[in-house]
Write a protein that binds this ligand. Structure first.
Ligand SMILES: N[C@@H](CCC(=O)N[C@@H](CS)C(=O)NCC(=O)O)C(=O)O
Length: 204
């Protein structure tokens, strides 16, 4: 049984919820408590020394995993799903997974926190830069999806890593997905997956 540590329904958490729903691996979700100063409780550092969610503990073998990209990889290996075995196809999936964790996730995170601060320096300097980057990322994804139904051909952990950000692109980055026809078609497609529908109706 897998313990899935989470708190809110942020995109990083949604990636793992979606992966667990797609693979049907048995799990229990556990909310991580916070100390009075807002930090996650110290006991959680045994699972993730960096004290961020999502994280998992696989009770079958005692393996704990943090960082959403590493968790997706682990769950793909454990279930034998959503990550091809053949090296060329597998590398393609890993490239787009790494693209998400190194680019889209961090830029969206910084943008979100910057907007919360309502700081003029942020609005003048960082906001346009982050929005430009995200528009470039959307164009890249759109180009990739022009050729195929999913990012790397078959549905994979690369799609699962990138999909949850699309739901907040408009609110956070002022990006209209209708400007990227293939990306828009892809999000509509994944919206309809039974696993996606299931997590949309499950409370965090
Ligand atoms: N790169 C990490 C980012 C994880 C992350 O920043 N998680 C946020 C919630 S989405 C968090 O735990 N922040 C610390 C906190 O809320 O105290 C991943 O992909 O898992």
């Amino acid at each position: 049984m897998i313990i899935f540590y989470r708190n809110t329904a942020s995109p990083n958490i949604q990636k793992i919820a979606l992966m667990l729903a797609e693979t049907r691996l048995p799990y229990v979700a556990q909310s991580v408590d916070r100390e009075p100063d807002g930090a996650f409780v110290n006991s959680f550092r045994a699972i993730n020394p960096n004290a961020t969610v999502p994280a998992i503990l696989d009770q079958d073998n005692g393996v704990s995993v943090f960082e959403s990209g590493a968790i997706l990889y682990y769950l793909a290996e454990k279930s034998g799903q959503l990550l091809p075995k053949e090296i060329k196809a597998r590398t393609e999936v890993m490239k787009w997974l790494m693209f998400e964790v190194a680019n889209v996730g961090p830029v969206m995170g910084e943008l979100y926190h910057g907007l919360l601060m309502d700081n003029p320096a942020f609005t003048e300097h960082h906001l346009p830069r982050y929005r430009d980057k995200l528009s470039r990322f959307c164009a890249l994804l759109d180009e990739q999806l022009k050729r195929q139904r999913y990012l790397c051909g078959d549905y994979s952990i690369a799609d699962i890593a990138l999909y949850p950000w699309c739901g907040i692109l408009e609110d956070i980055a002022d990006i209209d997905l209708h400007d990227y026809a293939h990306l828009h078609r892809w999000t509509t497609d994944i919206n309809m997956h039974p696993a996606t529908q299931l997590i949309a109706t499950t409370k965090p």
